[in-house]
Structures are given as structure tokens and as C-alpha cells.
Design a protein around this ligand. Structure first.
Ligand SMILES: Cc1ncc(COP(=O)(O)OP(=O)(O)O)c(N)n1
Ligand SMILES: Cc1nc(C(=O)O)sc1CCOP(=O)(O)O
Ligand SMILES: [Mg+2]
Length: 512
């Protein structure tokens, strides 16, 4: 069971949704999902649906009094870290839940993920039609994310959804009118044959998450499971984009591994198969310029896009000091450090000359020397490699970097950025910030070693570098999480005795 860092209490997630007597969707799917993410699941049941794998026999919604009393009992004792909302059977239930949430938020605002279920996967209507309108006005603005499928998007936005451009336009319209981020789930239509793509629009940017279509009949409960998995990940503290890609991978894993054929005589329930630790289940995050994005109407400069960069000569890059002067480079190279980065943040007129000197030192000591940010000068001076951040990827000429044979390292902060960066197949991927650091304000992008281990497990044979707040005391836990390299600034450059610090780090790291 995952625990809250501050109070060491189990992390609580609520599901406000309908019960599926057949055990495939609704509350039943949500509880299985919360458990797989190590959260304690609580429920407020809106309707006792009579269902089996062949269809819905009755809805049986609960009274407002029964709904409110469940919510109030939970609030008194089991305050949530996140809430998933599923079936709200009529307008009155929508209004009652919205009013309850407004009161709850006076104590603390928690992420609410709403799957606006109107119709069961069998085609049966579950909610009265007036509930959609009420949700748009009263409930959507209280939600962090809503997760309509294509039919629900079409009916809520009252807009056509044939093709990528229409889907984006309808999602944008819904986001604006409901004041909430929208994840459109694409399980009901293939824009590209063999692919299932979800669109996330949060009011600022759109992302397509693309997975392979899995030919499985056992899809009952996929929408419920996706939204409860997103809620669980938000409860664990993951940012929204990370929560969406991990949740999509969880559903994909359930489709791939679920062994539910023999359950009932109709469409079986989605499998619930534990933490998604396999890269094959994660969606591809399309990036600008990538030819794959064109089928989804994604723009980008194909002239500067490239993927597949020159490899580094080892999977474990060992100790990787990041320094701001050629003097430091030389001192560390003399000690036998092989992987180094020159990171000059406020360059003067002598930048080119410094990079030239750095490249010379690199050649003399046979270093893997990466130049941070200044990719044009790195190419000009014939550097071994460059290190770029996520924002740099929008502007750098990746084709030129690749053509010149330079290695490329990319910074990532969480699952979403890791998948995004992996589309470029760089020479290494950096994962940060593992701990808080005084070197750079990373306070809203801290990962911790547990999440680092989950991310590292996805790419066991790829050169991975951990960075951010790593010191000698923390390095063993970081290495145990599965990376072959730690990048450090202050633990070396501010050490009382840098020679001793280098010796101690190298004793702890793979490759010595
Ligand atoms: C090894 C390594 N990882 C991450 C970073 C951070 O790079 P970036 O995101 O480009 O931020 P700045 O370093 O430019 O502030 C890095 N430099 N090295
Ligand atoms: C430069 C940098 N980039 C980070 C990232 O997470 O992308 S963390 C970081 C600072 C690393 O310095 P120190 O070892 O002193 O904590
Ligand atoms: Mg940079």
C-alpha cells in the first residue's frame, strides 16, 4: 500500500460511480484499479446496475439522500487524495455531487477525474440525457480532467468528430465551455489502421498518445479503468500528463494480458494485471516534425526533425559531473572521469573559445564530453555530444546534430517527457530531478527514487542518467533504482575535497 509522505497514511482514492453487478466496469473496476496502484479505494454508489457480460438489465439509481450520506461518511474519516467520478444517473445527482465537491474543496482541493459515462459498452443508455447538460455547467468546472470517448465528445460538444482535426476542435470547444482539461479516448475509432490514439487538450497544448490496437473482445470497463487509473496516479502525486500515459499503459496491459475469456458468455471484463512495467504497453507520444504525427494533423518542422543518434560506447556512463568551466573539465579528466558536461549558463564573448578548449581536452583525455545548450557551437567545434532540454528540442536543428555525428542527451522529468524524448532515440536519456537541489529550481518536477525505478524499468538496456540533488549518501539508492550513471553538479564542485568525492562516487557506480 502506498503511503502519504507526510502522515505515513495509506493513500485514499474515491470512486463516485455505478455498481456493475457483473464485476467488469463501474465501481468494481475502479476498486481493482486503485488496489493495483497501491491506493485504498472508497466508493459512493450512484446506481446499482443489474448487468452481466451480455448487457444491462436495469439501472436502479440510488436516492440523493443515499448518495449524500455515503459522501459525507467518507469525508468525515477517509479524505481523498483524488476522486474519480463515473456514472451520474440524472441531473439531480450531477448537481448534488457538484455541490458536495464545492464544500469538500473548502477543506482541500483534490484532483477530480470525470468519465462522463452516458451509454454502456453494450449500447444501453445509463444516464438520463439531461445529466450531460447539467454536468457541463455545474460539474466540469470542478474537474481537473474529463475523459469522454468519441461518442460522448460528439454529444457533449455538439460537434462532429470525424477525423483528427474535428476531434481536436471539439475537444478545444469542450475544454473552453467546461473549463477543464479533456482526454478524448479513441477506443471507438481508428484514425490510423491498427492504432488507438487518445488526445489530451489542457487548454494550452495538445498531445496524441498512440497505442497499438489489441484484438481483444474483453474490453468491458476500459473507460472506467482508465479514469480510475488516472485518479490513482494523481493521488500518487504524478502530474496530469504522467498520469494519463501510465493509465493508458495500465489499460493496454490489461488488454494484452487479461485472461477473462471464460468470464460470462458475452464480452469479458478488461484484465487488471498490476503495475505497467513494460514499455510495449506505453503509448507513443508524438513529437513535432515526426512523420507519424501527420496522420493526426500534428504540425512540426520536418526539416529539423531527426531520430536515432550516434550511440555512446557504454550503457553505463558512470559518474557524470556537470561543470561550468574548462578548468573543472581538466581537473576531473586528470582523475580519470570519462563522462563530463560543460554547462555555461551566462556566456560571454569567449564562449566559442571555451567550447573549443573543452573539445580539445575531451580529445586529449578520450572523454565523452557533452556541451549543454550551445548545439551550433558544439557542431562547429566538433564536440563529442550535446545535451538538450525538452524546450530546446522545439528549436534545435536535430537533423544537423545527427548529420554531424554528435551524440545527443535529452533531459526528462517524468513518464510523459521520457516517452516523448524516447521518440527521438537519443544517445542517452537523463531523468530528473530525483531530489530537491539548490543548483536549479526543480521544485515542481521532483521524481524520487521509487518513480525513478518505475521509469528505469521501462528502458533496461538504454543508457540512463539520473540527475538532481544526488550526493554520496543518496547515490546507492539511485543506482539501485536501475540507472547506469549519476550526473552531479554540487556534490563534486562544492565538495570539501573533490578528489575524494570522485573516488567515492566511482566506487559506488557501475563501471567503477
Ligand atoms: C545530464 C543532464 N541532465 C539534465 C540536465 C538539464 O538540462 P536542461 O534541461 O537543458 O537544463 P539546463 O542544464 O540547461 O539548465 C543536464 N544539464 N544534464
Ligand atoms: C542542471 C540540472 N538539471 C536537472 C534536471 O532535473 O533536469 S537537476 C539539475 C541540477 C543538478 O545539480 P545538483 O547535482 O547540484 O543537484
Ligand atoms: Mg540546457
Amino acid at each position: 500500500m502506498n503511503r502519504n509522505d507526510m502522515q505515513n497514511k495509506p493513500i485514499v482514492c474515491w470512486s463516485i460511480a455505478g455498481s456493475d453487478s457483473g464485476g467488469g466496469a463501474g465501481i468494481q473496476a475502479d476498486l481493482l484499479t486503485f488496489a493495483d496502484f497501491g491506493c485504498h479505494g472508497c466508493t459512493a454508489i450512484t446506481a446499482n446496475t443489474a448487468q452481466n457480460t451480455t448487457g444491462v438489465a436495469a439501472i436502479n439509481r440510488v436516492s440523493l439522500e443515499a448518495l449524500r450520506s455515503q459522501l459525507q461518511a467518507l469525508q468525515r474519516d477517509l479524505f481523498p487524495a483524488a476522486i474519480k467520478i463515473g456514472l451520474l444517473a440524472n441531473r439531480e445527482q450531477v448537481i448534488a455531487v457538484a455541490q458536495f465537491l464545492r464544500e469538500l474543496f473548502r477543506v482541500a482541493k483534490v484532483p477530480v477525474i470525470y468519465d462522463p459515462v452516458a451509454v454502456a459498452s453494450s449500447g444501453a443508455a445509463l444516464a438520463e440525457s439531461s445529466s450531460g447538460e447539467a454536468a457541463l455547467d455545474a460539474l466540469f468546472p470542478l474537474c481537473e480532467l474529463i475523459t469522454p470517448n468519441l461518442h460522448e465528445l460528439e454529444s457533449l460538444a455538439r460537434a462532429p468528430v470525424a477525423g483528427a482535426e474535428q476531434i481536436v476542435a471539439a475537444a478545444q470547444q469542450l475544454q473552453q465551455s467546461g473549463d477543464t482539461a479533456v482526454l478524448v479516448t479513441g477506443g471507438h475509432g481508428e484514425l490510423v489502421e491498427g492504432e488507438i490514439a487518445d488526445l489530451l487538450w489542457d487548454g494550452e497544448r495538445s498531445d496524441w498518445f498512440v497505442g497499438d490496437k489489441i484484438a481483444s473482445e474483453n474490453t468491458h470497463g476500459t473507460g472506467c479503468t482508465l479514469s480510475s487509473a488516472i485518479a490513482a496516479c494523481r493521488a500518487l502525486g504524478y502530474p496530469l500528463r504522467d498520469a494519463c500515459v501510465v493509465a493508458k499503459a495500465y489499460v493496454q496491459r490489461g488488454l494484452r494480458l487479461g485472461d477473462t475469456d471464460a468470464i460470462g458468455s458475452g464480452a469479458g471484463p478488461l484484465g487488471h494485471c498490476g503495475w505497467p512495467g513494460d514499455l510495449q504497453d506505453f503509448p507513443q507520444v508524438l513529437v513535432p516534425g515526426d512523420v507519424r504525427g501527420r496522420s493526426y494533423g500534428q504540425a512540426g518542422n520536418i526539416d529539423t526533425f531527426a531520430r536515432g543518434f550516434a550511440p555512446v560506447d557504454a550503457c553505463a556512463l558512470g559518474l557524470y559531473p556537470v561543470v561550468d568551466s574548462v578548468e573543472w573539465l581538466e581537473k576531473l579528466a586528470e582523475l580519470g572521469v570519462r563522462t563530463l558536461q560543460l554547462r555555461i549558463k551566462n556566456p560571454g564573448d569567449d564562449l566559442k573559445s571555451l567550447i573549443q578548449q573543452a573539445v580539445e581536452i575531451g580529445e586529449r583525455y578520450n572523454l565523452r564530453l557533452f556541451i549543454n545548450d550551445h548545439w551550433q557551437l558544439a557542431i562547429e567545434c566538433g564536440a563529442y555530444g550535446v545535451h538538450l532540454g525538452q524546450e530546446d528540442l522545439q528549436t534545435a536543428d536535430l537533423k544537423a546534430i545527427k548529420r554531424a555525428g554528435l551524440r545527443l542527451g535529452i533531459s526528462t522529468h517524468g513518464f510523459y517527457e521520457l516517452l516523448r524524448a524516447h521518440r527521438y532515440r537519443p544517445s542517452y536519456l537523463a531523468l530528473g530531478a530525483i531530489y530537491a537541489t539548490d543548483t536549479k529550481d526543480m521544485s515542481d518536477q521532483l521524481q524520487g527514487v521509487e518513480k525513478l525505478a518505475h521509469m528505469a524499468a521501462l528502458l533496461p538496456d538504454y543508457p540512463l542518467v539520473a540527475i538532481g540533488g544526488i550526493n554520496l549518501k543518496r547515490a546507492p539508492a539511485v543506482v539501485a533504482a536501475g540507472v547506469g550513471s549519476v550526473a552531479v553538479v554540487s556534490a563534486v564542485t562544492k565538495a570539501e575535497n573533490y578528489r575524494e568525492a570522485v573516488r567515492a562516487f566511482r566506487a559506488l557506480l557501475p563501471g567503477g
